[in-house]
Write a protein of this length. Structure first.
Length: 288
């Protein structure tokens, strides 16, 4: 191979390398523009400020590492800033999709939402667990897909439920409990009381009477369920929460713009709404 041919191959290699390096950034920016356009359209139709907090496993960097996302202090800083920028008389549509996260950050967001003077609607297209549920409870109305779920808000100490740590006192004599465990029991009691108070106070700000607010706070914050237990629409309605299932169609379209990592999909279907026999209305496709 002559020198010219070798140089051409070398240049071609670097061009391909640069293209592969830049392509993910181009795709990400294109998605961001599409999200902004759709958010703006939702705002114009609903006459509201739209704030999204959507946590999905994402692929980052050229090497394709996966990054799990949760509610963080950075999230609370951004949400609080968005709320401060929203006029007191403008409603907020808070679209949330999260496994939960830092209790401090979720509590900050929940208090800011509860204090906003205009109506706040928490829209849950799929799930809002743990801290996400706390945020949803602070809204004037929770709008959920009919199969979406919320979750318990009982505090966790590391990977251990505070309620389970407290129960150690019921099965062991104090003399048989080591000092470190006694400290964890004390901290767990405080955490359970604090979360109960947070939930109760938020609900009372939203117009629930003290008896109902206390009942809901007890049910959700004191360890009745495992932390990942799914709380359905029917259960939440029976509990006395203000739940609607009228999720705007644009919200589902927005969720499509937060794709899961590329690869072989575990769920596949033809993404076209089919028409049922004898029904002139098309059904919405179910996306996984």
């Amino acid at each position: 191979m002559d020198l010219t041919g070798g140089l051409l191959i070398s240049q071609l290699f670097w061009l391909v390398f640069l293209f592969l390096l830049i392509l993910p950034m181009i795709k990400a920016q294109t998605l961001e523009w599409s999200r902004e356009r759709l958010i703006k359209a939702i705002e114009e139709r609903r006459k509201s400020r739209v704030i999204t907090m959507i946590h999905r496993q994402e692929t980052r960097s050229l090497l394709g590492f996966f990054m799990m996302r949760f509610i963080t202090i950075e999230d609370s800083e951004q949400v609080l800033r968005a709320i401060r920028m929203t006029p007191d008389n403008m409603p907020i549509d808070f679209i949330i999709h999260t496994p939960g996260g830092l209790a401090l950050a979720a509590t900050q967001i929940a208090n800011a939402i509860a204090d906003h003077k205009a109506p706040v609607r928490a829209i849950v297209p799929h799930y809002a667990m743990s801290g996400g549920t706390l945020i949803a409870l602070a809204a004037d109305e929770i709008i959920m897909d009919e199969h979406a779920v919320l979750g318990p808000v009982d505090p966790q100490l590391g990977q251990e439920p505070a309620a389970s740590i407290v129960n150690i006192e019921k099965v062991k004599d104090p003399k048989d409990i080591d000092d470190e465990t006694l400290i964890r029991i004390d901290v767990s009691k405080k955490a359970l009381k604090q979360m109960y108070d947070v939930v109760k106070n938020i609900l009372m700000k939203k117009g629930y009477d003290e008896e109902k607010a206390s009942k809901i706070a007890e049910e959700l914050s004191q360890g009745k369920w495992t932390h990942d237990y799914p709380l359905t629409v029917d259960y939440l309605k029976n509990l006395g929460l203000k739940i609607s299932t009228e999720v705007p169609e644009e919200v589902y379209a927005l969720m499509d713009l937060y794709p899961q990592p590329a690869g072989t999909p575990s769920v596949q279907y033809i993404p076209v709404p089919y028409q049922r026999p004898g029904n002139s209305q098309p059904t919405r496709s179910v996306e996984g």
